[in-house]
Design a protein around this ligand. Structure first.
Ligand code: LLP
Length: 439
């Protein structure tokens, strides 16, 4: 069912990557993110294999889902590319010595500094979003006497979300350039006219947590129509980047398409589209984030106060919450939990799992079925690998949690737990406020 190595060991504890999660809780403290490295390896290999029928392809991990120095190393060792969306992500990748030529730099408002850093680092592709950026890029490329290889981000007018998608004639998006009114074609012409910019291809990303993958077919066909249109104007598009978006299983109600099925659909659609249009198959790039790391992550918490409001609800509070997982409050995301110290007990009770922030919306699970809970139980919330740590905050000045990677029975820190000292490390008390009498 789920990818990865989750199991129940002889002690009756939840085990991930051959490591007892109760021991991990003791060793590293809670709350704790646990990355099942084997799951990332399995998912990556599945992606690579599923695209094998394409003459040229590249799987690029979307770092926004979860990025640390160690994660960059994992991605590198698997031979994947890396999609970064900010100077901070780029810096992290370079600090981890990630090969610059496999970095794809995204963003709808990259700063001059970010673009210059990317050029100086020699990143493989810059995904151009708009004309302003293109002009900055061209000036920088000339200044640095270099050629910059770019993809143009196009909004094909297909927008997909979990179960549905819509096709829009006009594309209302802060990202990229629309196909309508030949706006994208005009940008391609503009790119071709610039001296130090080398147009490699086009890019689209139609959404995230997608279950109905037929929308990718529609997007692919639209993109190939665009590639044909470009060819009529003498513009060769050699690379097509289809973005990310495949959905994962958060709760038992989710039924995502497998990576293999998704890869095969992309392959078939691309090969057919090229055959129909008598096109050479371009290099196909995909940028999975969530589907590579989402199910590989688990967060463990210690249960504290339990509040039973008779006839209304049972609340069990844990030692983390919206600071480490803002997705519930932000997107009404749903999660599934297991009690790691008694995973075999039947889920006969209904609890709402509350975080410890001073905010009523700070919940992790609304009315979830769980075994009887007691203070000290270790609760494991599944599928927290994507967009949890990367979106974590210090709200209420709660230190961000530690991240460990588990692999074949061994655990190692990817990120240390923040200390209270870390919380105030960048803060200053102005001199004026150090005087005795101020106001
Ligand atoms: N490529 C581009 C250009 C993207 O914008 C994204 C995600 C991806 C790839 C990766 O998509 P994935 O395979 O992870 O679906 N914070 C939200 C998700 C935002 C996704 C933004 N873009 C959440 O927690 O659900």
């Amino acid at each position: 069912m789920r990818t990865g190595t989750m199991d129940i060991n002889a002690e009756g504890h939840l085990e991930i990557g051959g490591c007892d999660t109760i021991r991990l809780a003791k060793e590293y403290g809670t709350p704790l993110y646990i990355l099942d490295e084997e799951a990332v390896v399995q998912n990556s290999r599945e992606y690579l294999q599923s695209l094998q029928r394409l003459p040229r392809s590249q799987v690029v991990y979307a770092g926004k889902a979860f990025l640390t120095l160690g994660m960059c190393r994992i991605v590198d060792k698997l031979g994947l590319g890396l999609d970064v969306v900010s100077g901070g992500e780029l810096y992290t990748a370079l600090q981890a010595e990630f090969p610059a030529e496999r970095i794809y730099f995204h963003g709808n408002n990259k700063s001059l500094f970010e673009l210059e850093s990317a050029i100086q680092a020699g990143v493989g592709r810059i995904v151009v979003d708009n004309r302003y950026e293109l002009e900055l890029l061209s000036q920088l490329a000339i200044k640095h006497h270099t050629q910059v290889s770019v993809l143009l981000r196009v909004t094909p007018g297909v927008e997909a979300h979990t179960h549905t998608y819509i096709q829009t004639g006009q594309e209302d998006s802060k990202f990229g350039v629309g196909l309508a009114n030949d706006a994208a074609l005009a940008m391609l012409k503009c790119i071709k006219a610039l001296p130090n910019i080398d147009l490699k291809g086009v890019h689209c990303h139609i959404g995230s947590q997608i279950f109905d993958i037929s929308c990718f077919k529609i997007a692919i066909d639209l993109m190939f129509d665009f590639i044909v249109q470009a060819a009529h104007h003498g513009i060769v598009v050699d690379e097509l980047d289809l973005g990310g978006g495949l959905g994962i299983r958060y709760t038992e109600a989710d039924d995502p398409v497998s990576i293999t099925k998704f890869g095969h659909l992309l392959t078939e659609t691309v090969l057919t589209a090229c055959q129909q249009r008598s096109l050479t198959v371009p290099k196909i790039i995909i940028e999975p984030g969530r589907s590579l790391v989402g199910e590989a992550g688990t967060t463990i918490y210690e249960v504290g106060a339990i509040k039973d409001i008779p006839g209304i609800r049972k609340y069990a509070s844990v030692d983390g919450g919206m600071g480490d997982n803002p997705r519930v409050a932000l997107y009404q995301a749903q999660y599934h939990a297991i009690v790691a110290n008694k995973p075999n007990e039947t889920a006969d009770f209904v609890y709402t799992i509350a975080g410890k922030c001073c905010e009523s919306g700070d919940m992790l699970i609304h009315d979830g079925k769980l075994p009887f809970l007691e203070p000290g139980d270790i609760l494991a919330i599944l599928s927290t690998g994507a967009y949890n740590y990367s979106m974590a905050s210090n709200y209420n000045l709660i230190p961000r949690l530690a991240v460990v990677t588990v692999y074949k029975g061994e655990s190692e820190l990817l990120v240390e737990r923040e200390s209270y000292a870390d919380l105030v490390r960048l803060q200053k008390i102005p001199d004026r406020l150090c005087k005795k009498s101020v106001y």
